[in-house]
Every structure is written in structure tokens, then in C-alpha cells.
Design a protein around this ligand. Structure first.
Ligand SMILES: [Zn+2]
Length: 306
């Protein structure tokens, strides 16, 4: 569940309009751009968090989902403790204010970048581009079986107006304000590995911000957030589904067609089936270990009232 207050990070009200969000993002992006802060690690982290907040709140669908999850915080936690849904990873869950007071509290892939941190002192030295981290909502079935999703985001790229020098006609470049880079929309097709765990972080090499002075680009990190499915639930590679059956079918037995993750299948209901009885269909669950083998689909029968 998202823990960060993206509204606070962007400094806008909960009901802010798209234009206000964009304006505030632009202002803050300038302020936190590491070039404007002597390449400080803190501002780089703040910049990443800001990018993440903007990627959610600037997308109407993601924003709605974010608001919905925030308003449901209580019940969703209860569910995760039973093993459904998210695995309680709050590594990305610190608010902006926390960053300022706790410094480098963030763990994980970004430790690596500290060692490769560009030298801010020499403006002509090759400088590595920024790593970017975003959360991306992915459909349940795509996460369970793998697939490709289109993904759009914003990143810093070379300013063409000043040819990345920061100056044009002897004056500070108006396009980039002297930062030598500008924000542009980027898009790519992201391959979701089959059966990947919820909250898994994909590293997409070289798709972060562009480098300066021929420095290498940064990387893009995408944290996969599985969208809840109306009927399926997943635990590792097994998938559960409740199938309602009529009292007549439960009593006399017979066949019924059910939807699995990727097909329709006819299953047999035994005589005298009770509510809560399970039927396991091997090989119809989620992919195992990113491979072709699959876990099981477990059907739980629920006898309807009428
Ligand atoms: Zn420029």
C-alpha cells in the first residue's frame, strides 16, 4: 500500500487540479535538481521521490487508485497479514519530510549509486544520469503469467537549445535555465517477468536520466504493484478462486465451466459438495520462478442460497 503522502511531497491540496500539480512539480523539480544543489545525494533522493509522486498524481487513473488505496488503508493491512496481497515492504514508504530529517534512510538498489556518485566539482566531468524510481500498477494476470506493458514517464535529457552547455548567445539558456538538461516524456515497453512477486523491483538499465558530458545514463527502477483482481487471489505460484454453485449442483454433482487465468475450463463438481470444499487444478496457477512451469489453481466452492 502506498504510504507516502504524494500531495504533501508535491505541496498541493488533495483536490488540486492537474494544472496545479504540474506547476508545483516543475517548480520543485527545479529546486531539487541535483545540479542546483552541487550534486547532493539528499536532493537527488528528493528528486526521485518527487518524480514518483508526480508520476502517480499526474495520471488520472493512477491518482484515483492511489486515493482509493489510501482511504482503505485499514482493511488492506488486515488482508496482507493473512497472506494475501502485498508483502509489507515499506522500503519506498517514507514521506518527504522523513527524508529531510533522516538523511539516507533509503535502502536497496540506491546504495549502489552512492559509490558511482558523479563528481559535482568539475562541471565538465562526465556525469552519470539520475536513477529514477517509480511504482507501476500492473494487472493481476500480467504479473501472474508475464507480459509486456507500455510505460510512459518523464526524465532529464540533454538540452538541445544550448547543446547541453547551459548557455546560449553568452547568456543562460532559457530552455533549461543553465541546468543543461530538460524534462521530457519517455516511453518504453516493459517486460514483466512471468510469476514475479508483488512489489518486486525491476531494474531497467540505462533508461533513467541521460548523463551529462557523455556520462552514462542512469537506470530506471520500477516497483511492480499488482492490481487486485475481482475473483483471483494469489499466494506465491498458487491462485485461489471462489466458485459459487447452486444447491442442486452441490447435491447431485455435475460439470461447470469456470474461467481460469488464461482459459475457460470445465470442472467436475462431486456429489454432496459442501461450502468451503476445494478442488485443485495442477498447472493452472501463476508461473513459477519466472519460468514456464506453473503453480495450481485452487477452487473453493461456495453454495449459493437459491
Ligand atoms: Zn539549455
Amino acid at each position: 500500500m502506498p504510504q507516502r503522502d504524494y500531495y504533501k511531497i508535491l505541496g498541493v491540496a488533495k483536490d488540486a487540479k492537474a494544472g496545479e500539480i504540474k506547476k508545483s512539480y516543475r517548480e520543485r523539480a527545479k529546486r531539487f535538481h541535483p545540479d542546483a544543489n552541487n550534486g547532493s545525494k539528499k536532493s537527488e533522493n528528493q528528486f526521485k521521490v518527487l518524480s514518483e509522486a508526480y508520476s502517480i498524481l499526474s495520471d488520472a487513473r493512477k491518482r484515483k487508485e492511489y486515493d482509493r488505496r489510501r482511504s482503505q488503508k485499514g482493511p488492506s493491512r488486515g488482508r496482507s497479514s493473512q497472506g494475501w496481497g502485498s508483502q509489507g515492504d515499506d522500503r519506498w514508504g517514507y514521506g518527504f519530510g522523513d527524508y529531510e530529517s533522516q538523511g539516507h534512510r533509503q535502502e536497496g538498489p540506491f546504495h549502489q549509486t552512492a559509490a558511482e556518485d558523479p563528481q559535482p566539482h568539475d562541471p565538465n566531468a562526465p556525469t552519470r544520469g539520475y536513477d529514477l524510481q517509480f511504482m507501476v500498477d500492473v494487472e493481476f494476470v500480467t504479473v501472474a503469467l508475464g507480459g509486456t506493458i507500455p510505460y510512459a514517464y518523464e526524465k532529464y535529457v540533454r538540452c538541445e537549445n544550448c547543446e547541453s552547455t547551459g548557455e546560449s548567445d553568452g547568456k543562460t539558456c532559457e530552455e533549461c535555465g543553465g541546468r543543461r538538461q530538460v524534462v521530457r516524456e519517455a516511453s518504453l515497453d516493459v517486460k514483466i517477468p512471468p510469476g514475479v512477486a508483488d512489489k518486486y523491483v525491476l531494474r531497467i538499465q540505462g533508461e533513467g536520466g541521460e548523463g551529462i558530458n557523455d556520462g552514462p545514463p542512469g537506470d530506471l527502477y520500477l516497483k511492480i504493484c499488482t492490481l487486485p483482481h475481482p475473483v483471483f487471489k494469489r499466494k506465491k505460484s498458487d491462485v485461489w478462486v471462489e466458485v459459487p454453485i447452486s444447491p442442486e449442483l452441490a447435491e447431485k454433482g455435475g460439470n461447470i465451466d469456470i474461467q481460469t487465468l488464461d482459459s475457460m475450463t470445465s470442472i467436475e463438481v462431486e456429489e454432496c459438495t459442501l461450502t468451503g470444499e476445494e478442488l485443485r487444478i495442477p498447472g493452472k496457477g501463476a508461473s513459477i520462478l519466472w519460468g514456464k512451469k506453473r503453480g495450481d489453481l485452487i477452487i473453493k466452492f461456495v453454495i449459493t442460497d437459491s
